[in-house]
Design a protein around this ligand. Structure first.
Ligand code: SF4
Ligand code: SF4
Length: 157
C-alpha cells in the first residue's frame, strides 16, 4: 500500500512555505492533502456553542484501509453534501477541519509535520505516525445517527 494516489512529483521544493494558498496551482493544492481521512469522519456540532466533536463514524464512502474516498470523482452522486475545499471557502471550513490537516495548518500560519508525504516522500508516513483513520472507523450505515454521540473520540494527533 505504498503507492501514493496523489501525484506529488515535480512540484517546487517546499512550495507551501513561500506560496500563499490562494496562489497555488491545482496540483499544489491537491498535493497538500496528507491522506489521513479524518475529514471524512462525521462530526457533531453544538449549535449553541459551535463546538465540534469528532466521531469514529465514517462517511459511507470512506475506505478505512486506504483512508481514501472510494468514489472520489463521482462522490457527489452519493454524498451531495461533501465539501469541495478551495482557497475561497477555507475561511468558513477551517474551524471544523482536523487539527493536523495541512490546509488548516497553513491557514493558521503553522508548518506541516515531518510525517506529511510532501516532506517524508511516502504516503505511509501519515499512517506510521498514527494520525490517520486507518483501521479504526465504524461505517455510518451500521450506527443509527442518534447513537453517534456514543462514538465521540479525541482526534489522533
Ligand atoms: S483532513 Fe485534510 S489532510 Fe487529512 S484527508 Fe482531509 S483534507 Fe486531506
Ligand atoms: S464522499 Fe468521499 S471525500 Fe466526501 S466525506 Fe465521504 S469519503 Fe470523504
Amino acid at each position: 500500500m505504498n503507492e501514493d494516489p496523489i501525484d506529488r512529483s515535480g512540484l517546487s521544493r517546499r512550495f507551501w512555505e513561500h506560496k500563499p494558498l490562494t496562489r497555488m496551482t491545482q496540483r499544489e493544492w491537491e498535493a497538500l492533502c496528507d491522506g489521513c481521512g479524518k475529514c471524512c469522519l462525521n462530526k457533531l456540532e453544538d449549535e449553541d456553542t459551535g463546538t465540534v466533536a469528532l466521531t469514529r463514524i465514517a462517511c459511507r464512502l470512506l475506505d478505512d484501509a486506504t483512508c481514501r474516498c472510494a468514489q472520489y470523482d463521482i462522490r457527489h452522486q452519493f454524498v451531495p453534501e461533501c465539501i469541495v475545499l478551495k482557497p475561497e471557502n477555507l475561511d468558513s471550513h477551517a474551524y471544523w477541519m482536523p487539527e493536523t490537516c495541512a490546509y488548516r495548518l497553513l491557514w493558521e500560519g503553522k508548518p506541516l509535520f515531518d510525517w506529511h508525504p510532501l516532506i517524508s516522500g511516502t504516503p505511509e508516513s501519515v499512517h506510521e505516525a498514527g494520525v490517520s483513520v486507518r483501521g479504526w472507523t465504524l461505517p455510518e450505515f451500521e450506527i443509527p445517527e442518534e447513537e453517534w454521540e456514543d462514538h465521540i473520540i479525541e482526534e489522533p494527533t
